[in-house]
Every structure is written in structure tokens, then in C-alpha cells.
Design a protein around this ligand. Sequence first.
Ligand code: SAM
Length: 230
Amino acid sequence: KLSDRLEAVANNIPQGARLADIGSDHAYLPCHVVRKGIVPMAIAGEVAQGPFQSAIDQVKEEKLTDKISVRKGDGLEVIEPGEVDCITIAGMGGTLISTILEKGKSKLEGVSRLVLQPNVGSFAVRRWLIDNGWELIKEEILEEDRKIYEILVAEKGEPLKPYQQMNLDSGILFGPFLLKEQSAVFQDKWNAEKRNWERILKQLDEAVQNDDTESKRQELKAKLKMAEEA
Ligand code: SAM
């Protein structure tokens, strides 16, 4: 059985899509969706030897070697242009996810859907999507084992469409769909963040004042203002 987090990622993979799961570790996600018949084939990409070997072992154990190709490499370099329709990247920071997409841009032609699950820093992913012509079509937020996860689903389209009628910076930080939905998990997440920012701000107020602490203070104050408005 998959974790709720990976199950939520899996549920956003279109039926019949050819899939690449980048940073696949044990390849649990591709194995699950191939076994369920959601996708006919998948590529599991991994940059690190240990997780790469785990993926190979898992695919063999589940007797899926004819349908899942496990490949070692950095980000999207493991796929050929036009080889897949959907890419999933889950369980890493938002900055790393956007770096992988940026470096692998040339491989995205022909890809119709991205399902991205940043553990932290989802704003970096939203920023990248906007700058590169991808429109967020859905967001989910969920809590599992006392951690909060966000899932971002994007397709080629009008990148600014979901941000209409809202402050763009707030939309990028909180997520346009999540901001509108205001779920209990969303409120828990940002109330905790707010308390954290207030704590840091208090420490900065007590610290020696210089340009660095001042710019950090301004940044935190701006974020607190956005959180209060949200
Ligand atoms: N996707 C799985 C999940 O969500 O449960 C595994 C997440 S695991 C925490 C992150 C994996 O990404 C690690 O196995 C790591 O080796 C891999 N990774 C990190 N940077 C990568 C890159 N540039 N290309 C491919 N894999 C990468």
C-alpha cells in the first residue's frame, strides 16, 4: 500500500499516460500505477546509486521489468524527448524540483502534465511554472504522520489564470487553489509558519542591527502581512 501522499500523487496521473517518475527511490509510485493499470509503462529515474538499486530490486520483485525502465541519471536526462506524457517529481524541496525542470526543459516538449509534490518551498515550483508557460490546474494539501504535503498539478496553458483576482505574491506563496479553499490543514500549516516567523522576528529585534538583519526583518514582516491577509 502506498502512503497517502504518494496515493494523492498517483491519483493525478492521467489514465493511459506514459509516465516518468523522477527521484523515484524505491519506485513505489511507478510500480503502483503500472500494477493498477493506470499507466501502460513507466520510467523510474534516480541519480543516486542506493535508491537506483532499490528501484531495480523493487521492479524485479514485482515482476514489472517489461513495463518499468529504471534509469540512472540527473533529473530529466533519463528521458528522451517525446517519450512520456506525464512527469511526477515527489518528496524533495521545491527549489530542487524547479532546478530539475529548468535543466530538463528541452525534454518537456510533448509532456502534457506535471504532478509535483514539493516537501517545502512550493513557491519556487509555482514561480517556475509561471515563468515557463505551465498553468496550475489543481492543488491539494494533506497531512500524514504529522507532516503537511502539497501537490501541484500543471498543464500547458495560461500560467496566470489561477492567480486572477488575487495578489500574485500571495498566490505564489500560499498556492492559488489552496488559498481559496482555506482547508483546516492549510490553516494549521500557515498558523504554524506565522508563529515561527514571529519568533524569528523577535530574535532579530533583539540582535545586533545591520543591513542583513534589517532586510530579513522586512522580508518576514511582508510575509506576516500576507499571512494575515490570507
Ligand atoms: N519520489 C519518492 C517519494 O516521493 O517517496 C522518493 C523521494 S526521496 C526523499 C528523493 C529522491 O530524489 C532521492 O532518492 C534522491 O536520490 C532523488 N534525487 C534527488 N535529486 C535528483 C535528481 N537531480 N535527479 C534524480 N533523482 C534525484
